[in-house]
Write a protein that binds this ligand. Structure first.
Ligand code: ADP
Length: 307
């Protein structure tokens, strides 16, 4: 059977196949350009800068908008032709998660659970309580949502996305705007649900992917630039990243002109420059370990040069 892979535990993994999706908006912006991607169980990181097409892709997978071309398959199910069936197994935390009314978390979750079709009162109560505990909102369940912090709102967003025990979960830029402690708590929560479900995490924050995702894709300009595991892509850069300090604007211009600069970072008032080179570039550069930001910035740079 297409896309259904039995797991050693006897369970089933879901497979999401995106095949040649294109989308041009009414204003002429082509947000997706024949994009193809295969996403299996566990946490999948979709990494890309603002405007890359991530939200367009997320909304399309979530059946909220149609592509101009291409198809999406959830196992053997054609997503666009089976929207209701897909919505039954889908949990979605959009980038802009609604307004927060003067309602508390318990009442709001019950309301959303009814809308999701969980009509059995006992089952609804069990799920709402379990989710409030899982997302660490139990103690504040009676507070109005409008008084929640950014992190609490995002955890509530995950709670509502998990109603109905979805097998496909889409979270769009969930950590933007969270402080480090809230972000940590949120990422831990996400990783705890990623085991037996497909979780697609869209983000422009490299560390989100580094910390959580066994598989990832980098997208920009509506296209996939790289698909694989963070470790595999780091391996490709091993021994090819060099760094040195740059002390002046003039020196920086020199370095920019002669080397393949990936990124620069201010350290104690000086620029720390990272470059890509097949072999030692000399000139004061020393080899350093590659990190996922190198992979990301290098791919974006190559893409910008190509367009
Ligand atoms: P990302 O989520 O990676 O920031 P988006 O999917 O939001 O990317 O946007 C991709 C491109 O499509 C951007 O250039 C954006 O301005 C444009 N875009 C997104 N939504 C719309 C829309 N509803 N109408 C017109 N253009 C849009």
């Amino acid at each position: 059977m297409v896309g259904v892979i039995p797991t050693p535990s006897g369970g089933r993994t879901l497979s999401l196949r995106i095949e040649g999706i294109s989308k041009t908006y009414g204003n002429g912006v082509q947000a997706l350009k024949s994009l193809s991607l295969t996403i299996g169980n566990n946490m999948f990181g979709l990494l890309g800068p603002n405007g890359a097409g991530k939200s367009t892709l997320m909304r399309t997978i979530a059946t909220l908008q149609d592509p101009d071309e291409g198809s999406i398959w959830l196992d053997e199910l054609n997503v666009m032709q089976n929207k209701d069936a897909v919505r039954r197994v889908l949990g979605y935390l959009p980038q802009e998660f609604g307004v927060y009314p003067k309602m508390n978390a318990v009442d709001m979750l019950h309301h959303l659970a009814v809308m999701k079709g969980i009509t059995n009162a006992g089952e609804r109560k069990d799920q709402v309580e379990a989710l409030l505990k899982q997302t660490n909102l139990w103690d504040v369940r009676k507070k109005t949502l409008s008084g929640y912090s950014g992190g609490m709102k995002q955890r509530f967003g995950i709670a509502q996305a998990l109603l109905g025990k979805p097998r496909l979960i889409i979270v769009d830029e969930p950590t933007a705007g969270l402080d480090p402690a809230e972000r940590n708590r949120f990422l831990n929560l996400l990783s705890s649900i990623g085991q037996n479900t497909v979780v697609i995490l869209s983000t422009h924050i490299v560390d989100d992917v580094k910390e959580l995702c066994p598989r990832m894709a980098i997208i920009a300009g509506g296209q996939v630039l790289l698909e694989g595991s963070p470790n595999e892509s780091l391996e490709l850069l091993r021994g090819r990243i060099y760094s040195r300090l740059v002390r002046s604007e003039e020196e920086m211009n020199e370095v920019q002109a002669h080397f393949d600069v990936i990124s620069t970072q201010m350290t104690a008032g000086l620029h720390q420059v990272r470059v890509y080179a097949e072999s030692s570039p000399g000139d004061g550069f020393t080899p350093i370990e590659s990190d996922l930001e190198d992979v990301y910035f290098l791919n974006l740079k190559r893409h910008q040069k190509a367009v």
